[in-house]
Unconditional design. Structure first.
Length: 303
């Protein structure tokens, strides 16, 4: 029995040795193929910098840096608002002023203000090559003020100066990259005519009129976006309620979507709702003049 078993043991050892050698050979071939493909990829596939070589000549290739390491880069980190990691190449042209006439529905043509309904718009364009079509970022609210004498001064915050809410940030960050900045006053405020209809149909129609006008200009590519905070965010929702084909996006920050949603709880009005129009009229008109420019339905509303 012992002599018969020896050839079997020897045969098994030989088979195991052959199997191990075959596995080693297969593994070696696999590794070699993988290395070959890696080498081909390094040679044939262009790098990220080569893919973007036709784009702007940025001094800092920040897109190659992992997110977890970008805090170590020399990027603008000390500003109050987010900044793009690269500077734009365009300069802002001197501002322009425009009065956009708006056709109001019959219900909003207040008898106390029979003149044309004009929206006052200040506009900054980048010095892009002639014929270039550009998008627009607008902020609009009732807080622009030209002072007690109706002119810009120490007691004023006119829309002809980029405001500290959104305007200055857009002016510094987006105009150099080829965007236009527009700042507009709602009806009855600043140098816009007509009367103030706090968040009403008249105000919505005026906002829509400016969006349409901006989208139709020869220099415009037809893309208009609105941005703002508080009342300047509410005007974004007003623009969306009266949609224009040129309105492509809104960025409302802490803006109310409607007066009823603000003041009504379980079917009852909050006490502050009675003073709502009066408080806004007082905050957005010049107390040194007797021209309150309040729409008649606004005056009747709280009564």
């Amino acid at each position: 029995m012992a002599e018969a078993s020896e050839p079997i043991e020897v045969e098994l050892k030989v088979v195991e040795g052959k199997t191990q050698r075959q596995l080693n050979i297969s593994a070696g071939i696999t590794v070699a193929i993988c290395l070959a493909f890696l080498m081909l990829a390094m040679v044939l596939v262009p790098s990220t910098s080569e893919l973007v070589e036709d784009g702007p000549d940025y001094s800092v290739e920040w897109w190659n840096t992992p997110l977890s390491e970008r805090h170590t880069m020399d990027l603008p980190m000390d500003t109050l608002r987010a900044q793009l990691p690269v500077n734009g190449t365009y300069q802002a042209l001197p501002y322009e002023e425009h009065f956009v006439e708006v056709e109001l529905p019959a219900s909003e043509q207040d008898a106390g203000f029979p003149g044309p309904a004009l929206m006052h718009v200040a506009l900054w364009l980048p010095d892009v090559p002639e014929g270039t079509k550009i998008p627009v970022i607008m902020t609009i609210h009732p807080y622009y003020d030209f002072g007690g004498e109706g002119v810009a001064g120490d007691d004023s915050s006119p829309n002809t100066v980029p405001d500290g809410g959104v305007g200055k940030w857009v002016y510094d960050t987006f105009v150099p990259h080829g965007y236009a900045l527009a700042q507009a006053s709602t009806f009855g405020t600043g140098q816009s005519t007509h009367c103030q209809d706090v968040k009403g149909l008249g105000e919505q129609t005026g906002i829509q009129g400016v969006v349409d006008w901006l989208g139709e200009q020869e220099w415009s590519n037809g893309n208009v976006g609105l941005m703002g905070k508080s009342y300047a965010g509410t005007t974004n929702w007003e623009a969306a309620q009266q949609p224009s084909p040129y309105l492509k996006t809104i960025v409302p920050i802490s803006g109310s979507i409607g007066v009823q949603e603000m003041f009504y709880r379980n079917g009852s009005s909050e006490s502050r709702a009675m003073l709502y129009d009066a408080l806004y009229e007082g905050a957005t008109t010049d107390p040194t003049t007797d021209d309150m420019r309040m729409c008649s339905d606004d005056a009747i509303g709280p009564l």
